[in-house]
Structures are given as C-alpha cells and as structure tokens.
Design a protein around this ligand. Structure first.
Ligand SMILES: [Zn+2]
Length: 325
C-alpha cells in the first residue's frame, strides 16, 4: 500500500542505500482491493502486485534510489500467482530489456526437497532467461505470517542441515549460477514472540557454507546466498553474524507493522480531543476537526515512525550510505 511504499522510499533516500520492496500474496490482494475476490487463478493477487511494482518503479526513479522488487512466499497452491507474475515479467522484458520484478520467492518447503528442487529448477531456468532471480525456501520458518501458521512445529525442524543446503546448491547451481538465494531455517521466526524454545543460530549458515565448499572443492568461502526471514526482533549482533555467513537479504515485516501502528496510536493519543467528532474541540465548540482526522495526517505519522524503524534496520545491516561506498 502506498504509505508503506512511501516509507520505504523515504528511508532509502535518507539512508542513501538501496531498498527491497516485496509484496506478499496477501499484500498483492490488498493492493488490488479487498473488495475483489481472489479466485484460484490468482488474478487479483497478480494485478495487485503488478500495479504495485509499476507504482514503485515510477516513484523510485523520481526519488533517485535503486529498488529491488520482489515477491514473498509462494506455496504450491499459489503457483498460478507465480505464473502470472512471470508472464508480466516476460512481457515487461520484451519491451524494456529487464523484468518487472528483480526476483521472486518460491516456497515449496512443505513438499519433499526433491519435488521442491525439481519445480524450483524448472522455474529458475525460465527466470534466468529474463535476468530474474529466484529465492527458494527449505526447512521451516517458525511463527505465523500471511495465514501460514508454523507456531507448533517441532523445534528440530526449525534448523536446516548442511546436506539439505548442499542439495539446493547441486540442483540450482548448474541451472543458473548465482541467480538464486536460499531461505534456510536457522531458528528464525516470523513475528515477534517472547523468548521460547527456538534460538536464532546463524552459525548453521556458516557451517553449511563450509560443507558445500568442501563437498564441491570450491575456492570461495561463501558459495551460497542466504536469506534471513523473520528479521523482526533480532539483535544487531545476530543480524551481523548472519551477514558474515552469507546472508544477502533480510525480511522485516512484523516490526514495521508495529511501527506503522505505533505512529497512529501516538497520534490518536496526542490529538484525542480533536478526533471525537467533525466539529468541536478544546479550542471551541464550533471549531472543525477536519485537519486532524484527514487520513493523510495520521497516516503520515505511521510513515514517519516506519521510516525511523527502517533506518534502524539499515544500521543493523551495515547498509547505511551504501550508495557512496
Ligand atoms: Zn518469510
């Protein structure tokens, strides 16, 4: 939605650093309009994402910040959404020589790893032809997001094994070297919860890099690109450790949902006496309140709080001022 996009672009400009804007399936539907039905063909989700991407592209150029457009988790049931997005990319590529989105995530982690890799490799081949990157997921990210609830899975399933990460490398590297990234499970969780059984363990990623390097006899210390899902609520130390082990992208959603709401919450508390009716406030019984309940007033607070949270994330990620480095 546009206030969140504005917050992303404003933060990127202030940080002088690139930004990844990603749409989830539910985010795409929301962007198209919740009054529309999203049928099994996923047309509403596709339209919402395509419209959002065009909006971001137009404004990013005006702001002068590089933006990577991406889409989030896509399970097997949502593949028509993925297909629709790829068609839009191919159409855009034919006209402009680049895809509409920079990358997409395919999340077939609920299927066997063999099937996951078979389908992922097929899509990667199609995507690499138009310079579009693929993010795949193995294992399980804990917590709950966009209607997928993994809050009850066994703790040991929340950690990927080096062999599984090697399997992804073997399946995808020959198809399109370096054009894919891996959302592996290292105790990361969607959402922010009070501390429980799951512990963020970035070292899992470091061990996997060593394993793949040794098995393949490679020169490079970091043969895999990793993605950190569920970055919200993580400490700066853990985030930077994860980057050391080859994390190139971190998702942050829950914390920015909170900052967005926090801005509105504080605005309502601060201006409460001016928000109880259209007319009448502490300045006089006939004074109009229009300039206080105008959506742009309280949504602006949501944006400002979110910009500040995102600037904190740039610090966490060592990404401040990246464009002048
Ligand atoms: Zn995720």
């Amino acid at each position: 939605m546009s206030p969140i996009i504005n917050a992303c672009l404003e933060a990127a400009k202030k940080a002088n650093s690139p930004m990844i804007v990603q749409f989830s399936n539910g985010g795409g539907i929301y962007n198209a309009g919740k009054g529309l039905k999203n049928e099994a063909d996923q047309k509403t989700a596709v339209m919402g994402c395509v419209a959002g991407a065009l909006h971001v592209r137009a404004l990013a150029e005006f702001y002068g910040v590089p933006v990577i457009l991406h889409t989030d988790h896509c399970s097997k049931a949502l593949l028509p959404w993925f297909d629709g997005l790829l068609e839009a990319n191919e159409e855009y590529f034919a006209k402009h020589g680049e895809p509409l989105f920079s990358s997409h995530m395919l999340d077939l982690s609920e299927e066997s790893i063999e099937e996951n890799m078979e389908i992922s490799a097929k899509y990667l081949k199609r995507m690499a032809a138009i310079d579009c990157h693929l993010e795949v997921e193995i294992g399980i990210t804990g917590g709950e997001e966009d209607g997928v609830d993994n809050t009850d899975v066994a703790p040991e399933d929340l950690y990927s094994k080096p062999e599984e990460i090697h399997q992804v490398y073997k399946a995808l590297e020959p198809v399109a070297p370096g054009m894919y990234s891996i959302a592996a499970a290292f105790g990361n969780v969607h959402g922010v919860y009070s501390p429980g059984n799951v512990k963020l363990t970035p070292k899992i990623l470091g061990n996997a890099q060593k394993f793949v390097k040794a098995e393949e006899g490679l020169e490079t210390d970091k043969p895999c690109y990793f993605v950190f899902h569920g970055g919200s609520g993580s400490s700066r130390e853990d985030i930077r450790e994860a980057i050391d082990y080859g994390v190139i992208k971190m998702n942050i959603d829950t914390d920015t949902q909170w900052s967005f709401w926090d801005g509105v919450k504080d605005y309502v508390a601060d201006k409460s006496d001016y928000l109880q009716g259209q007319i009448g406030n502490p300045d006089g019984p006939e004074k109009p309140n229009k300039k206080y309940y105008d959506p742009r007033m309280w949504l602006r607070e949501a944006e400002t709080y979110t910009v500040n949270r995102l600037l904190g994330a740039y610090e966490d990620l060592n990404a401040m001022d990246a464009l002048s480095k």
